[in-house]
Design a protein around this ligand. Structure first.
Ligand code: PEP
Ligand code: MN
Length: 346
């Protein structure tokens, strides 16, 4: 439920609304806006009787949020959420943020080379998993803590921000020490203890759509993170299971406008996992930007043929340069631009 205050409501009137919500056994979330303050009521399971709140001075109206997800909905917060990152980079504003790099951190040489290549082409964020959720227990599982150290090194050398995956609640703090954005992978979209854990960490979270999750389930998973107090969630469309083996997944571009209408959270697109084939990545990256994606997550490897994971969908560095060139034109055509990387850190 949302309590919309009059534009001239006093701080004391807002305070009284918050106290009343507490007396009713719920939690108030005051959200000051440009015109007026709204106070969200959280902690309810089902409809709450708002008549007591409606009668309080300064209250303009009480809105019952109709969706099962609340805090991530546009009803709750009409204006878009902009997730602010170090170095002035923001996801969800006018600029489209490109995050690129190999699927996994494999060696010092591989990650430093990849970082330099994607930085050179204009990416703002380096992606690479130190901990890898693999379908087979016999596949490469990532370098773990050593991989995190190498990512920190790559950031020092290039100034790129880092997005990397946390696989479980126990390991999330360790990942957060290095990551600028914590990735929750598709296989973990409904790992509720991980979602709650990253909801209590003060770092943005990139939440990938589950392999067969509906958009509503994706938004409910995001709700877990916001409910714990972390408002900085970036959603990611990465394709869902389809029936056709022509592509690895069915890349659901329509999820972008659907999410934009339903939620204020930014959404980025991952055409690498979405298609599974490097020749399809550039066209679908162009399409995702045209569809309104706030960012791209792209797998790029210095030697894709030697990659320890996801080589078939990893771009050659020169293909990534082409992707950047072409998506820049598309972004400009729709009144946006591609974010420029922050300067190298000293
Ligand atoms: C990845 O980003 O390399 C990854 C494992 O993605 P997903 O969780 O979407 O499969
Ligand atoms: Mn991958």
């Amino acid at each position: 439920m949302l309590i919309v205050m009059h534009s001239e409501a006093s701080p004391a009137q807002i305070q009284r609304v918050c106290e009343t919500i507490q007396e009713m056994g719920y939690t108030p979330r005051p959200m000051p806006g440009k015109q007026r303050t709204t106070v969200g009521l959280v902690g309810n399971d089902g409809r709450v009787d708002g008549s007591r709140l409606e009668a309080l001075p300064g209250v303009q109206e009480v809105i019952h949020v109709s969706k099962p997800y609340k805090q991530v909905s546009r009803e709750w917060k009409p204006e878009a959420t902009v997730v602010r990152l170090p170095g002035g980079i923001a996801i969800g504003g006018e600029a489209v943020v490109v995050m690129a790099g190999p699927c996994s951190v494999e060696s010092e040489r591989q990650i430093l080379t990849a970082a330099a290549q994607v930085r050179e082409a204009g990416a703002a964020v380096l992606r690479a998993g130190a901990f890898k959720p693999r379908s087979s227990p016999y596949s490469f599982q990532g370098l773990g803590v050593e991989g995190l150290k190498l990512l920190a090194r790559a950031r020092e050398e290039t100034g790129l921000l880092i997005v990397t995956e946390a696989m479980d609640a126990e390991g999330a703090d360790q990942v957060a020490e290095v990551a600028d954005i914590i990735q929750v992978g598709a296989r973990n979209m409904q790992n509720y203890s991980l979602l709650k854990k990253v909801g209590r960490i003060d770092k943005p979270v990139l939440l990938k759509r589950g392999l067969s999750a509906t958009i509503q389930e994706l938004l409910l998973s995001a709700e877990y993170i916001l409910a714990e107090g972390n408002p900085n969630v970036i959603l990611c469309e990465r394709g869902v299971r389809g029936f056709d083996s022509a592509t690895r997944n069915l890349f659901d571009l329509s999820a972008i406008p659907v999410v934009k209408a339903a939620s204020h959270l930014p959404i980025v697109a991952d055409p690498s996992h979405g298609t599974g084939h490097r020749d399809m990545v550039i066209p679908m990256a162009r399409a995702a930007v045209a569809a309104g994606a706030d960012g791209l997550l792209i797998e790029v490897h210095p030697h894709p043929d030697r990659a320890l994971s996801d080589g078939a969908q990893s771009l050659y560095p020169e293909q990534f340069t082409q992707l950047m060139r072409e998506t820049r034109i598309i972004a400009e055509a729709i009144g946006r631009r591609i974010a420029t990387p922050a300067g190298a850190r000293t």
